[in-house]
Design a protein around this ligand. Structure first.
Ligand code: FAD
Length: 118
C-alpha cells in the first residue's frame, strides 16, 4: 500500500488532541507516581506510535527534551513546546502556548477529573 498523507495527518491530529488533553487534566500537584506514569506514557507512546518516521523523530525529541511533569501547567507547556518543535520541522506555524490550554483541550468530563485518581 502507498503512504497516505491524509490518514497520517488525521492520526497526528487525533494523537495531539489526546496528548494535550491528558496534559490539561494532569494533576496540579502530581504525586511522584503520577509524574512517573506521565513520563513513561510519553516514552511508550513514542515507541509504539504507528508512523515509523514520526516515532523515530519523537523519540529523539524526548531524549533532547525530557518530559516535564512537576505540575499540570508544566506538563501542558512542555507538550505545547514539543508540538511546536514538530510544527517547525514540518514547516507549520508556531502555536501560541500562552493561550489557556486547559480550556482549549476540554475533555468534556466536567469536574470529574478533580476526583482522586489512583
Ligand atoms: P496538528 O499539528 O495535528 O495540530 C492539531 C491542532 O492542534 C491544530 O490545528 C492546533 O489547533 C493545535 N495545535 C497546533 N500546535 C499546537 C501546540 N504546539 N500546542 C497545542 N496545540 C497545538 N507528521 C509528519 O508528516 N512527519 C512526522 O515526523 C510527524 N511526527 C509526528 C509526531 C507525533 C508525536 C505526532 C503526534 C504527530 C506527528 N506527525 C508527523 C503529524 C503532524 O504533527 C500533524 O499532526 C499532521 O501533519 C496534521 O497537522 P495539522 O496542521 O492538522 O495540525
Amino acid at each position: 500500500k502507498l503512504p497516505n498523507a491524509t490518514a497520517k495527518a488525521e492520526l497526528g491530529r487525533a494523537s495531539w488532541k489526546l496528548l494535550h488533553t491528558m496534559a490539561a487534566r494532569f494533576p496540579e500537584e502530581p504525586t511522584s507516581n503520577q509524574r512517573e506514569a506521565f513520563a513513561a506514557w510519553l516514552h511508550l507512546f513514542s515507541r509504539l506510535y504507528p508512523c515509523g518516521e514520526c516515532a523515530a523523530e519523537f523519540q529523539q525529541l524526548l531524549r533532547q527534551h525530557p518530559p516535564q511533569t512537576s505540575s499540570r501547567g508544566a506538563a501542558s507547556l512542555y507538550l505545547c513546546h514539543l508540538h511546536n518543535l514538530v510544527n517547525a520541522r514540518l514547516g507549520k506555524d508556531e502555536y501560541d502556548c500562552g493561550t489557556n490550554l486547559r480550556d482549549v483541550y476540554d475533555c468534556g468530563c466536567g469536574d470529574e477529573e478533580e476526583r482522586e485518581r489512583e
